[in-house]
Write a protein that binds this ligand. Structure first.
Ligand code: ZN
Ligand code: ZN
Length: 138
């Protein structure tokens, strides 16, 4: 049994070709694609797959925590095959989203405990800026 079969079985998910395709695609990229980008990228290999199917597969994968959904603002959802908490930075000009590596904000959960009555579970840190490509264009 390969790794993916194990993971899906553990989560009690049916291994549909669409779910596998979407999951594998997200695991293979660090670009944090949108559902539309995933759909377009898989179209040549899966010509019968619709955008609605991609959305459904994404929702299932997010529900079982195999994929992370990022809301980078204005209803703009991006998807990440890396479900470990990590900060992101988005380019305000082209919309590109990158990981911020080598820094972890998990200690923030501990820090805000005195400020809120919540049991703090997680946080999402986003930075905004201008990516190297856009800096060159400016
Ligand atoms: Zn950019
Ligand atoms: Zn990421």
């Amino acid at each position: 049994m390969d790794n993916l079969t194990c993971i899906f079985k553990e989560k009690k998910l049916k291994l549909t070709p669409q779910r596998i395709a979407v999951y594998k695609f997200l695991k293979s990229t660090k670009k944090h694609p949108s559902a539309e980008t995933i759909y377009k990228s898989l179209l040549s290999e899966y010509p019968t797959m619709s955008l609605a199917t991609v959305y459904k597969a994404l929702k299932t994968l997010v529900d079982v925590n195999l994929v992370q959904e990022l809301n980078v603002g204005e209803g703009n959802f991006r998807y990440d095959g890396n479900t470990q908490p990590h900060p992101h930075i988005q380019c305000i000009q082209c919309g590109r989203v990158d990981d911020v590596e080598g820094i972890c904000f998990s200690s923030l959960n501990e820090k805000i405990k005195d400020k809120v009555n919540y049991e703090v579970i997680s946080n999402q840190v986003y930075f905004y800026g201008i990516c190297p490509d856009c800096q060159k264009k400016n």
